[in-house]
Structure formats: C-alpha cells, structure tokens
Design a protein around this ligand. Structure first.
Ligand code: PGA
Length: 252
C-alpha cells in the first residue's frame, strides 16, 4: 500500500481550505519558499482561499517564489487561454508577489529547448521546489507529462494527446484553437519537489486517482510515479475518492 496522506474535502470551498492549509504551513515556516503551481479547474478553490487569506492579512507573498508546471506553446502571455494569463487572473494580480519571482515557461520563446534548459536552471538556482501543487488529468497526466512508453525526466516540449486537447477544449472557442504542444516540467522535475500536494475533485477523476496509487507504476499512467515520492498529500472530495474508498477502505 502506498504511503499516502489523504485529506477528504466536503465541497470545493473545503478543498480550497485544506489545500491552503498545506501551503500556508509552508509559507509560515519558510517565507521565501518556492511553490510549484498548477493551472486548470482543480486548483481554483486553493487560489481563491490563498487570496482570501492574503486579504485577511494571514499570508504574505512578498518573499515567495513560484514556478508553474507548464505552458502552451504558441500562446502569448496576454492570450486569455495562456497559463500566464490564468495565473495573473486567478492569483498573482490579487496578492503581493514580486512579478520577478513568478516564473512560467515561455511558450513563445524562439528557442524552446533553450527555454526548457533555462527553466530547469532557474529551479536549481532557487534551490528546488519546496511544494508542488498538482492536478491529475483524466489520462493520468501530471503537468503535461502525457501517457508514454517512458517517463521524460526534465522540462521539455511535449505533444498533447487528443484526449488532453479535447478535455481542455472547453476553455477555447473551438478545437482548432487548442494548441498541439506545450512546455512542461518533466516527471523528474516534479519528483524532485520536497513535497507534493495533489488535488483531485469529482467522480470523473475517481478511476484515474485509484489507478495512479494502486496499480503498478507505469509511464502510461504518469501520476503513478508519485508512488515513489516520500511526501505526498492528496486533497480530494468524496466523488474523487469513491473508488479508493470502495476498494481500499483501510487507506481512508
Ligand atoms: P483540471 O485539469 O483541473 O482542469 O481537471 C487537471 C489536469 O489536467 O492536470
């Protein structure tokens, strides 16, 4: 059985509070921590709660640094579908983080390979990620590490699978506009984080969440690599935990 800390959330606001507790604990212990951040629907309650706690005066982001998991290739920062735009809108513009301390891969970089190398170098220069926030894709991806025959270790350019493009189409005017490529931290980059906070919500994620932690580690289910990480906290709602609850009641 994997060593797994599971925090059960009652609703989206509770998901936000439980996740924000994990982030807040780190920020209080280490005001200049390096947060690994994620986009998508899943972390929105976390960002809402972090903004609230900042507004209430209980969190200070002035020394915090952040690196995001991934970014689409070919979308400029001011494109509303870019992850830079998402982070501005949902978190950065509401808090007192120094913009120079918030890094996201540049999907418009003329030399994408050099951009990936620089991203890794920046993370290393900042002494590694203290806490990496993750969602999980329906196909088991973490960041944009898609199912593949092997794990790709470091930050790289990746081709998005059709299932991921379809899942993300809801944010775009039509399927043609969904980018085909992204820059993503590699599986090794993610595994190097000192702590992982995986957030998961909704019954449609129940099957992949169970598979990730209770099937053999397999690059075709990229999140399964987290079984090898020593410090994983999962915040999930009842829907997402339904299958784990049924098959492995001793874990919850
Ligand atoms: P979602 O995406 O939060 O929008 O479901 C998660 C992911 O694809 O990692």
């Amino acid at each position: 059985m994997p060593k797994l800390k599971v925090l059960k959330a009652q609703n989206p606001a509770d998901t936000g509070r439980l996740s924000a507790d994990v982030v807040s604990e780190l920020m209080h212990a280490q005001p200049n921590c390096l947060l690994g951040l994620a986009t998508g629907s899943t972390p929105l309650p976390l960002y809402r709660e972090l903004v609230l706690r900042y507004q209430q005066g209980s969190l200070d982001f002035s020394k915090v640094r952040s690196v995001n998991l991934d970014e689409y290739v070919g979308l400029p920062a001011d494109d509303p579908q870019s992850y830079r735009y998402f982070m501005q809108k949902n978190l950065f513009q509401h808090i007192n983080m120094d913009p120079r301390n918030a890094r996201i891969p540049d999907g418009m970089a003329p030399d994408l390979t050099a951009e990936c190398d620089q991203y890794e170098a920046q993370i290393a220069a900042w002494d590694g990620v203290d806490l990496q926030v993750l969602g999980i894709g329906l196909n088991g991806h973490i960041g944009f590490n898609e199912p593949a025959p092997i794990f790709t270790c470091r930050t790289h350019v990746t081709n998005l699978t059709e299932s991921t493009r379809q899942a993300n189409q809801r944010f775009f005017p039509d399927s043609e506009h969904v980018p085909h490529q992204a820059i993503t931290m590699g599986v090794g980059t993610i595994m190097d984080a000192r702590k992982i906070l995986l957030i998961c919500a909704g019954t449609k994620k129940a099957e992949i969440l169970e598979k990730a932690f209770f099937s053999p580690v397999d690059p075709m289910v990229p999140a399964s690599v987290l079984q090898f990480h020593q410090n994983v906290t999962v915040v999930a709602d009842e829907g997402a935990l339904a299958i784990i609850h049924r098959k492995h009641p001793d874990v919850l």
